[in-house]
Design a protein around this ligand. Sequence first.
Ligand code: UDP
Length: 308
Amino acid sequence: MKKILITGGAGFIGSHLSKRLLDEGNYVICLDNLYSGSKKNIEILLKNPNFKFVEYDVTDKYFSEVNQIYNLACPASPIYYQKNPIKTLKTSVLGIINMLELAKENNASILQASTSEIYGNPNIHPQVESYFGNVNPIGIRSCYDEGKRCAETLMFDYKREYNTDIKVARIFNAYGPNMAINDGRVVSNFIVQALRNEPITIYGDGSQTRSFCFVDDILDGLIKLMNSKYSGPYNLGIPCENTINEIAKIIMELTNSHSKIVYKELPKDDPVKRKPDISLAQKDLSFNPKVPLITGIKKTVEYFKEII
Ligand code: UDP
């Protein structure tokens, strides 16, 4: 039985990962300060004797005996991470330093949940791992983008200096059940608005694109990477690209919504397009995301129907 630490374990991806790793027979320690995560996401896991929840902020040092660390702690939605930008940056930077120290002390493997945001507003399309990105270092998204970039730097510096067993996954727009109802990201916003027959808020003209990957597929990639001999970085996402207008249409149809569309101002530095090149993860990790958008959105709609 492996002892696995998940920071941000009560969050959207973290809660699914906790469940999956418990189901696979591991002991899971979940650290979360519940800023954007929620105890509701892990309620069912709390009864499991192999699950331990610790309300904790990763900017503080933490010690425990562990074999693997998944560092997921950080608010990931623009609304949340921009609320307290300095705290966001500290969470990424101090958080990964504390977790890398823990990995070093335990001789444990550590995976950093990085993001497509490290490519910023990309000049090459689709994005490959060798692309260094186009990030504004002083904008409103920088607290997240630069924090995540710095965390990647620290991962590779620990590998070079201490031979720490690191793994970096760059996650592209994950969605699914357990997203917070007021998360502010496009899939959860549109589903909640559509179910309530409230206006669907499209920012800008809706022509910007993203590639939306269902959470189960992201979990496959994370676990495969953690248990591989590779460090990455690897793009984890689905190479299907949709405009935000298309997402609105799909969600309105699947929910039989009477919502109207309203166009709002595009937030500053909002990337125009984004799509992962996943050939590297396909080759090295046999990572093959398989949940079609419609199937994933349907499952997410069911979840929100239940909690609204
Ligand atoms: N977006 C939108 N309406 C919303 C929320 C988001 O049009 O209610 C847009 C947002 O401007 C961006 C895209 O949807 O272009 C994806 O936004 P999200 O916050 O989900 O992810 P990220 O921008 O971090 O990829």
